[in-house]
Design a protein around this ligand. Structure first.
Ligand SMILES: Cc1cc2nc3c(=O)[nH]c(=O)nc-3n(C[C@H](O)[C@H](O)[C@H](O)COP(=O)(O)OP(=O)(O)OC[C@H]3O[C@@H](n4cnc5c(N)ncnc54)[C@H](O)[C@@H]3O)c2cc1C
Length: 433
């Protein structure tokens, strides 16, 4: 049985690996000259830059993959205790990570803190159709929704909490409420469950000495000749009970095909065979993003980075203090910061020239860190469609994909628009063949 996989990002590589491990023939087509998709690590003048993901949780599936690929000695785990901060009201506040810290934090007023205590007694919401913002406002109050949840949604999804669907974007929280009636009880039950399996679980954030791209590079090396680079698939057609994969005049016929490209490219590939799935895929909104790497003289501060509450005088979404997280990211006397602009909060930021983007990033970073704006630009990277947004129509769109898979045996879809956007989620769903 031969399976063609289209797209060698993490989803396509992981699916190809899982099928190969079962003894199936696979062929993986990638349009660009390198595997890994948005996972890109680049060395620029003594700096090691992550142009795509930076903060990756070592989920059990991901760590098993690291072990299977023999990459443990290359792996780096950032200290999980590094503080995260939130920029609001003119200064950085440490993000509270325990109930006691929430009661002490300057992020919330006394009224906001008292509101938190009433969480277990709040009414249940509507089972579907609620935004992330409405859910948190209802359960934890408007201050938590504005000052904690909104900056997090911007930092992780480059999105806005008033557009994301709770059910699609945070299914575990929707389940906690449905099953336990409260986030507090759901979190406690979840903690008891995960405590049993936590002894073998890795903590912190994962990277590699040579950057995250080590992972897709090694997966590609293992696949050898099964991976075909510079092969842009142009169409996918049904032939008998199988599939024809075409690139220009060339084509191959296979029993099964997995589309592991971003949603928009996937829509184009299947519009002839699965028009309803194609319409669903092309309707998924995506957030644009600019990633700016800045350097400055090294400082003693330690931290993960900071997220920004929307407020006058700030434009960035947040920053990762990259050289605090992992060694070898900057020369010894320099610090490296990765700053994010744009997202659905501020798509116009992508229209700015590189120099303006650098200026905004330097200004907001220097205000937050209370240091002079003496940053030097290292690189500006732009994504027109960085992260799929699981908005209120998302669950229905994914149901359309599942219907296409059911009615067209051999066709499947994998990628960050389905089952979670994080590296861990993408791998988990791609490996679940
Ligand atoms: C800037 C940025 C920062 C992120 N930060 C984090 C983070 O800190 N932590 C985290 O967990 N996650 C993060 N993510 C999310 C995570 O990196 C992605 O969800 C995940 O890597 C997506 O993998 P994928 O395989 O679905 O898609 P992609 O990586 O987009 O791969 C799709 C592949 O398909 C190929 N392709 C497209 N069309 C064709 C065609 N016609 N024929 C052949 N090949 C084709 C493309 O060239 C590409 O290689 C971030 C994402 C971005 C963009």
């Amino acid at each position: 049985m031969t399976t063609a996989i289209v797209g060698a990002g993490l989803a396509g590589l992981a699916r190809a690996r899982a099928l190969s491990a079962r003894g199936e023939d696979v062929v993986l087509f990638e349009s660009s000259e390198r595997p890994g998709g948005v996972v890109r690590s680049e060395k620029v003048g003594g700096y090691l830059l992550e142009l795509g993901p930076n903060t990756v949780r070592p989920t059990p599936e991901l760590w098993r993959l690291v072990e299977d690929l023999g990459l443990e000695s290359e792996a780096l785990l950032a200290d999980p205790r590094l503080p995260r901060s939130i920029d609001v009201g003119g200064r950085l506040h440490p993000l509270p990570t325990s109930a006691a810290a929430f009661l002490r934090t300057g992020l919330l007023s006394t009224r906001g803190k008292l509101r938190l205590l009433t969480e277990p007694f709040r009414r249940r919401g509507i089972p579907s159709g609620e935004t992330v913002r409405d859910f948190f406002t209802r359960r934890l109050g408007p201050e938590v929704a504005d000052r904690v949840v909104e900056p997090f949604v911007a930092g992780i999804w480059a999105g806005s909490s008033d557009r994301l669907s709770l059910e699609a974007a945070f299914p575990a929280l929707a389940r906690w409420e449905a099953e336990r009636g409260s986030l507090t009880r759901g979190a406690l039950a979840d903690r008891r469950g995960s405590a049993r399996s936590s002894r073998s679980r890795k903590r912190g954030l994962l990277s590699f000495r040579e950057g995250l791209e080590t992972l897709p590079r090694r997966m590609a090396r293992e696949l050898g000749g099964k991976l075909r680079l510079r092969c842009a698939v142009e169409s996918v057609d049904r032939v008998g009970r199988g599939w024809r994969i075409s690139q220009g005049a060339a084509s191959v016929e296979v029993e099964r095909v997995c589309i592991a490209t971003p949603a928009r490219q996937a829509a184009r590939l299947v519009e002839g065979v699965a028009p309803a799935a194609a319409a669903a895929l092309s309707a998924i909104p995506h957030a644009p993003l600019a990633v700016v790497h800045l350097s400055a003289p090294a400082r003693a501060e330690q931290g993960f980075g900071h997220l920004v509450v929307p407020q006058a005088g700030r434009r960035i979404l947040g920053a990762i203090w990259s050289s605090c997280l992992f060694p070898g990211r900057a020369p010894a006397d320099r610090a490296l910061y990765t700053v994010f602009l744009g997202g659905t909060r501020d798509p116009e930021a992508l229209a700015l020239a590189d120099e303006q983007i650098v200026e905004v990033a330097s200004r907001d970073l220097s205000t937050a860190l209370e240091i002079p704006p003496t940053f030097e630009p290292v690189r500006v990277t732009r994504y027109a469609a960085a992260i799929p947004q699981y908005d209120l129509g998302h669950v229905r769109r994914i149901e359309a994909l599942s219907r296409a898979e059911d009615s067209l045996p051999g066709l499947s879809f994998a990628g960050s628009y389905r089952g979670g956007i994080s590296v861990g989620d993408v791998l988990r769903s791609a490996l679940a063949v």
